[in-house]
Ligand binder design. Structure first.
Ligand code: C5P
Length: 222
């Protein structure tokens, strides 16, 4: 059905010294289930670019990376061939300005680490998006979730945004279950809390419907 599906998954880790890094609580489960669902439905060849995680799908091309810069390089290498791009990775927003080649010694009561922003891989994919490419992003919001989601959808030139409302009742990160909203430019749909495996199936239903909408010959094709 698709000529190439590109999925990013998991956290990135940003080294500070040989034994320490900055990262986040992403388990990589959502990306894993999206890749497995694509495989089960035989939707097309999958390239899976992943940060360090135990959730590695079988039967797909796996590109392992650690840092955001490595993830960006891997995405740049594969993005042009893809007609569906799903960025489920929790990319570290910042990395340490400096890598300390020797283990940092503890000294004073306080320590300041200077950070620099990582590139936004999804934003770059949105800027270079070509006709016929479907771009799906994830977002985790805690306030003004729908306004922020619509802004993100526009700013990153996305066709679909999977929105997590992060709260005590729905931590999302690291859990087997999740409750999300599917946000499109023309509306929002709530998906009830369920396993990330079933959510992956629902997300693919939506992507397939969008692909039909964009199919050649359809007047509304972007
Ligand atoms: O802007 P925000 O980080 O909330 O956007 C989340 C979405 O953007 C996710 O799809 C994530 O994979 C992607 N992202 C990215 N590169 C970054 C930050 C986020 O690809 N540096």
């Amino acid at each position: 059905m698709f000529s190439r599906i590109l999925i990013t998954s998991g956290p990135t880790i940003e080294p500070v010294d040989p034994v320490r890094f900055l990262s986040n609580r992403s388990s990589g489960r959502s990306g894993y289930h999206l890749a497995m669902e694509a495989r089960t439905r035989d939707l097309g060849p999958v390239t899976f670019v992943t940060g360090p995680t135990v959730w590695i799908p079988e039967g797909v091309e796996v590109v392992r990376v650690e840092t955001a810069l490595e993830m960006r390089a891997a995405v740049n290498e594969h993005v042009r061939q893809a007609d569906v791009i799903i960025m489920a990775a929790a990319v570290s927003d910042y990395r340490s300005v400096k890598y300390y080649p020797e283990k940092m010694k503890k000294s004073g009561e306080r320590l300041t680490l200077e950070l620099v922003k990582n590139p936004d891989i999804l934003l770059e994919a949105g800027r270079s998006k070509r006709r016929g490419q479907l771009l799906v992003g994830f977002a985790a919001e805690t306030e003004d979730i729908f306004a922020n989601a619509q802004k993100k959808l526009q700013a990153k030139n996305l066709d679909l945004l999977v929105l997590n409302e992060i709260s005590e009742a729905n931590p999302a990160f690291g859990c087997a279950e999740n409750q999300v909203f599917l946000v499109r430019p023309d509306g929002v749909q709530k998906l009830e809390k369920t396993s990330k495996a079933l959510l992956a199936a629902r997300i693919w239903d939506e992507i397939i419907a969008l692909a039909g909408h964009f199919a050649p010959g359809n007047e509304k094709r972007p």
